[in-house]
Write a protein that binds this ligand. Structure first.
Ligand code: RBZ
Ligand code: NIO
Length: 635
């Protein structure tokens, strides 16, 4: 993945760029401000500050010959920054006051080197084009050349971020000219390019647009260029919903067996978990006093598996939409057409998922797996069918359809992880889906229909009886497949829940953490953990839904919910409500001062911090090892 991080002076661009490579233990840091001897003291201090922030394990190369540096493969390279590169080139060629000096060849060599570099490459560059045109010839020269460099490098990057006031905007957008340079070096790039082309975003919604009908989800409503907003901190604006361009649905020669054949799941890093636990003990608070925040931070640190854990940078919620044939039997308080209407509402930015995602700084993506209407290709490239079969008396999916749905969920998880998502959330949308979820949970936990049945959208007593009967019928059919998870999905889940199961299992395979949502997502999670044993170690339960089947499923997965707020909506809303708590937990682990740093006395008593054999708890001494790096990096 090649990323260009643009930003103004002190915008936070370097910190963001450092975060982007921080999952790598070894990073090649290319400093382009090489002539420190001639720099004024303040600039030298600025360079030193950048240097001090770099963790151990990073190697620094001071050079402006970027093609030469990039020709040697490295797992991760961070170039900071292209402004200094331009200055260095102008210095070398005497170009500041000689208009005939042309950097074009240098720029072409640079872009070729970036395009063909191995490993992750992150390039930082100042954006100076937003200021007034410089009053001096040298200033104008710098602005013009830097503008050309930024454009040329952006054209060969998979992702372009713009940092303003510490907030990140993803401005990758779509190449509307069709002249984008094909970097054509690896399969990741082509996936990402497909994604880029498939990244139209919707305009901000007006109140009227929130009620847009199903048939109105058409291509014209989707603007093909614009900003997505993977902001790391809480934001107030509602970010646009990402949708995707049409593509081949995942079918081909897939069998149910091959679609559900997951590689072994490896658990989050034991070493990082132990290191995070040890660091918790060094922080300026009584041991354990942040309660479950500490458990959450330790889990997340194990998942992030890097020297210093920090809040997630690019969380994404994928809403899996699909209708369920069983909804025709009065098992929901709302009519089936609400599914497609709500899909439109999500695209317009008016649903609860949009608002909560905006607050938590998460991207929103909508995927139609089985809505009972023709929807725009931008959301239906993985569509398996229109509605799933009535689970009371027919298989909800054929084997082939179930295979396609599971594979779709896997592909969606892969896509998100490949484009940089570091936390995944699945959300559900589909009238009748709590009936399917109850059937799955009842079957896999051997629980009676009357125990797992819930009020869903708010059914009355007559509806409750119809729903309980439907769950009973579904469980009767499902029980033959209790020990065959993919077949169970085909029998009763529907394409949306089957895709969710593939998504959750694949997230674990890709070592990417997940916050689970309510009863529907957790039903999919129960199946996913059976298809990919151990997947649950990558998940945390965001909340406990009002639906009675939910705590049953969570306890089978041995997961304790972060929140209990009597929510019963789905769409990923419970997980998104928990996300700020998870971020706060990580922020405390990353940024709190240690006893040693702050000069705070530790407890003397047995079992307290003073007795811990953890390094760095001594108020006289200095913190040691990775933790001090993390603490230094945090400041
Ligand atoms: C307006 C509206 C928005 C929703 N957003 C999520 N759901 C949630 O409720 C439905 C499941 O409940 P049941 O099984 O009772 O139909 C699904 O659409 C689910 O995503 C909604 C439901 C409604 C009515
Ligand atoms: O818990 C959930 O996920 C849920 C509850 C009611 C309706 N839809 C979803």
């Amino acid at each position: 993945m090649r990323t260009l991080v643009l930003g103004g002076i002190r915008s936070g661009k370097s910190e963001i760029a450092e975060q982007l490579v921080s999952q790598h233990d070894s990073v090649r840091y290319v400093a382009t401000a090489v002539q420190t001897a001639g720099l004024d003291p303040q600039f030298r201090e600025r360079v030193t500050r950048h240097r001090d922030r770099r963790p151990a394990g990073w190697t620094t190369v001071e050079s402006i010959d970027l093609p030469e540096v990039l020709a040697t493969p490295a797992p991760a390279t961070l170039v900071d920054d292209l402004g200094n590169w331009v200055s260095g080139q102008l210095d070398a060629a005497g170009g500041w006051d000689d208009e005939s000096v042309d950097l074009q060849e240098k720029i072409s060599a640079l872009t070729e080197a970036v395009a063909s570099a191995d490993g992750d490459v992150v390039l930082v560059s100042p954006e100076v084009g937003l200021t007034v045109v410089a009053p001096t010839a040298a200033g104008r020269r710098f602005q013009d050349d830097l503008g050309s460099v930024n454009r040329a490098v952006a054209a060969v990057c998979d992702r372009v971020l713009f940092v303003v006031a510490g907030k990140v905007l993803d401005i990758t957008g779509t190449d509307i000219t069709g002249t984008g340079t094909d970097t054509g070096t690896d399969t990741d790039t082509s996936t990402d390019e497909k994604l880029r082309a498939a990244d139209p975003v919707t305009p901000a919604a007006t109140d009227d647009e929130h009620t847009v009908a199903a048939e109105e989800i058409v291509a014209e409503d989707i603007v093909t260029a614009g900003l997505t907003a993977p902001v790391p901190a809480a934001a107030t604006a509602i970010p646009d919903v990402e949708t995707s361009a049409a593509g081949d649905p995942v079918r081909g020669d897939l069998t149910l067996e091959s679609a559900a054949d997951f590689p072994d799941v490896t658990p989050p890093s034991y070493e990082r978990i132990e290191a995070a636990k040890a660091r918790e003990l060094t922080l300026t608070k009584p041991a354990g006093s942040l309660g479950r925040l500490e458990d959450i931070a330790v889990w997340a640190a194990g998942c992030q598996d890097r020297a210093s854990a920090h809040p997630f940078v690019d969380p994404v919620v994928v809403v899996f939409a699909g209708d369920h044939g069983v909804a025709a039997n009065g098992v929901s308080a709302y009519p089936p057409e609400v599914t497609v209407q709500m899909a439109a509402n999500i695209i317009s930015g008016g649903a609860a998922v949009n608002v909560l995602a905006a607050r938590a700084g998460a991207r929103v993506r909508l995927e139609d797996l089985a809505i009972d209407a023709d929807t725009d290709p931008s959301i239906s490239r993985f569509k398996v069918r229109r509605s799933s079969g009535d689970l009371r008396n027919t298989d909800s999916l054929t084997e082939q359809e179930a295979a396609a749905a599971i594979a779709a969920g896997r592909a969606i998880a892969d896509e998100q992880v490949d484009r940089g998502a570091d936390l995944l959330i699945a959300g559900d949308l589909g009238i009748g889906n709590t009936t399917a979820a109850a059937v799955i949970i009842g079957t896999l936990t051997s629980t009676e229909p009357v125990v797992v049945v819930g009020r869903g959208t708010g059914i009355d007593d007559a509806g409750w009886m119809r729903k309980t009967a439907a769950i009973r019928d579904g469980m009767w059919r499902a029980k033959y497949h209790r020990f065959d998870p993919p077949r169970l999905l085909a029998t009763v889940a529907g394409a949306d829940i089957a895709a969710m199961a593939g998504f959750l299992a694949q997230a674990a395979v890709r070592r990417t953490p997940v916050i689970l949502d309510g009863v529907v997502v957790t039903a999919a999670a129960l199946v996913a953990d059976r298809m990919a044993p151990g997947a649950r170690s990558w998940w945390i339960a965001g909340h406990e839904s009002h639906e009675p089947a939910h705590p049953i499923a969570l306890s089978w997965l041995d997961l304790t919910p972060v929140l209990r707020l009597d929510m019963r909506l789905g769409e990923g809303t419970g997980a998104l409500t928990a996300l700020p708590v998870v971020q706060s937990a990580l922020a405390t682990l990353e940024s709190m001062a240690t006893f040693a740093d702050a000069g705070v006395s530790t407890a003397d008593g047995p079992g307290e911090i003073g007795d811990s054999d953890t390094e760095g708890t001594d108020t006289e001494g200095t913190d040691t090892g990775a933790h001090s790096d993390a603490a230094a990096a945090a400041r």
